[in-house]
Write a protein that binds this ligand. Structure first.
Ligand SMILES: [Zn+2]
Length: 99
């Protein structure tokens, strides 16, 4: 995926995100422009959010291999529910960091 750097305004191929620990529990996911080293924040995650993201990864994988409509609907519902929980968790993290 190509993205435009907001600092040097050049386009570059987005590589794997980098991660760093902000606290013992919170990890920041970010990208670095290979052309000017400008850093772009992507999102924060903690253990709970990571667990939910992993679960959704598993559900997505199963979704690809499932043709049963009922099962698909169930999986889609679970993925949606987890996404909501992940967003909530990220709000909590932002509050922790800002407060
Ligand atoms: Zn740049």
């Amino acid at each position: 995926m190509k993205v435009k750097c907001e600092k040097c305004k050049k386009r570059y191929e987005l590589e794997k995100p980098k991660e760093r620990n902000i606290t013992d529990e919170i990890i920041e996911v970010y990208f670095i422009c290979p052309l000017c080293d400008h850093e772009v924040h992507s999102f924060y995650k903690n253990k709970k959010a990571m667990r939910l993201m992993n679960k959704n990864g598993e559900y997505q994988k199963e979704l690809k291999n499932t043709e049963d409509d009922n099962r698909r609907n169930l999986l889609l519902g679970k993925i949606r529910g987890n996404k909501f929980l992940i967003e909530k968790e990220q709000e909590v993290i932002e509050e922790q960091l800002n407060g």
